[in-house]
Design a protein around this ligand. Structure first.
Ligand code: DSN
Length: 387
């Protein structure tokens, strides 16, 4: 048998035994797993339902339509594209659809909790091919909305991203909407981290405040690795008002043929299954537990004298002392507790030697952990950091 199967079974065992606290990871259901490994991998389906460049797509069209319909209903958007291979291509598709190279974009700094695709300067596509301005957080790690408004008013970006990868607080969608409207900018909510919390009803949806919602489907949403781009009512109106034409078509054209070729139909079908799972009452309970468990963990760490940023969602940033984040992450890994090193707000360390770790509750909550287990693991983490 191929060696790869042996490695997969070792990884399986490791995933079952480890305490997995990386906030962007989760455990998919057996149904999602089955669909990912199905013969849908065999298909090529460039194009969209009813408009394919290949024959033989009658069932594929139904599958993609089902994913779209379930996704639209779950996130209450007018249009959904489910073909982007993951979150980064989804964000790039939005930039390709709405802007010209060199246009100005605005997003949260990576070091403050943002994402590479939100205009991180120098090395990324979003930072090299667009002029990027970046906002940050205050001393407490909360977005400084007044500073964002001031910067946006002065710089007049054409597009603003809100949302991030290491931001432990709720986002004030309404405030962002006012800021974007004041300069007639498109507003994009990247909800990759909190999509499950929104689907589960424990976080407010940005749908009434933003033009486009992008998200991965594998974090708190607990689906396959993939992404969607949702166009809101507001987005359709904004594009019309700007004379930009039909936003739905622009997004679809940007994903295919703009950026990608054939969609991964196994992932799209698995997304349909995950959307179905996320619309059930059990998922609401799950989302609620994710937030409660994260809060118990944060409080346990704080009670041990550790500075913690958060939390109102599924994750927190834990101050381990200047430059000690990676060292702590490695020590915790040796104890079977898996987290990632991360910058903390106003970090005195560096990206390669950050001062914090990022910790989250989604995966272990899926495994059935409750407050007791999160309190226990909090004490173990505190012991390592304080030693
Ligand atoms: N790398 C993802 C995360 O872990 O949050 C974001 O791209």
């Amino acid at each position: 048998m191929d060696k790869i199967f042996d490695l997969i079974s070792q990884e399986d065992k490791y995933q079952q035994e480890a305490i997995r606290l990386i906030p962007s990871e989760n455990f998919i259901s057996e149904e999602v797993k089955k669909v990912l490994g199905s013969n849908l991998s065999n298909k090529y389906a460039e194009g969209y339902p009813g408009r394919r460049y290949y024959q033989g797509n009658k069932y594929i069209d139904e599958i993609e339509n089902l994913a779209i319909e379930r996704g639209k209903k779950l996130f209450r958007v007018e249009h959904m594209n489910v073909q982007a291979y993951s979150g980064s291509p989804a964000n790039l598709a939005v930039l390709l659809a709405l802007l010209k190279p060199g246009d100005k974009i605005c997003g949260m700094r990576l070091a403050d909790g943002g994402h590479l695709t939100h205009g991180h300067p120098g090395i990324t596509f979003s930072g090299k091919y667009f002029e990027s301005i970046q906002y940050g957080v205050n001393q407490e790690g909360v977005i400084d909305y007044e500073a964002v408004a001031e910067m946006v008013n002065k710089e007049k970006p054409k597009l603003i991203f809100c949302g991030g990868s290491a931001y432990p607080w709720k986002i004030n969608w309404q405030r962002f909407s006012e800021i974007a409207s004041s300069v007639n900018a498109y507003l994009i909510a990247d909800i990759a981290h909190i999509a499950g919390l929104i689907a589960g009803g424990v976080h407010e949806s940005p749908v009434n405040y933003v033009d486009i919602i992008t998200s991965t489907t594998h974090k708190t949403l607990r689906g396959p690795r993939g992404a969607f781009i949702g166009v809101t009512k507001r987005g359709i109106k904004t594009a019309e008002m700007k004379g930009d034409g039909e936003l739905n078509k622009k997004i679809d054209k940007a994903v295919f043929p703009g950026l990608q070729g054939g969609p991964h139909m196994n992932a799209i079908a698995a997304m349909a299954v995950a959307f179905g799972e996320a619309s059930r009452p059990e998922f609401k309970k799950y989302a609620q537990a994710v937030v409660e468990n994260a809060q118990v963990l944060a409080e346990t760490l704080k009670a041990a004298g550790i500075r913690v940023f958060g939390t109102e969602n599924h994750l927190m940033l834990v101050d381990c002392g200047v430059g000690r984040g990676k060292e702590m992450a490695v020590k915790l890994e040796n104890e079977g507790i898996i987290v990632n090193a991360n910058m903390i707000p106003r970090d005195q360390g560096s990206p390669m030697k950050p001062s914090g770790i990022r910790v989250g509750s989604p995966a272990m909550t899926t495994k059935g952990w409750g407050k007791k287990e999160f309190e226990e693991v909090g004490k173990r983490i505190a012991k390592v950091i304080n030693s």
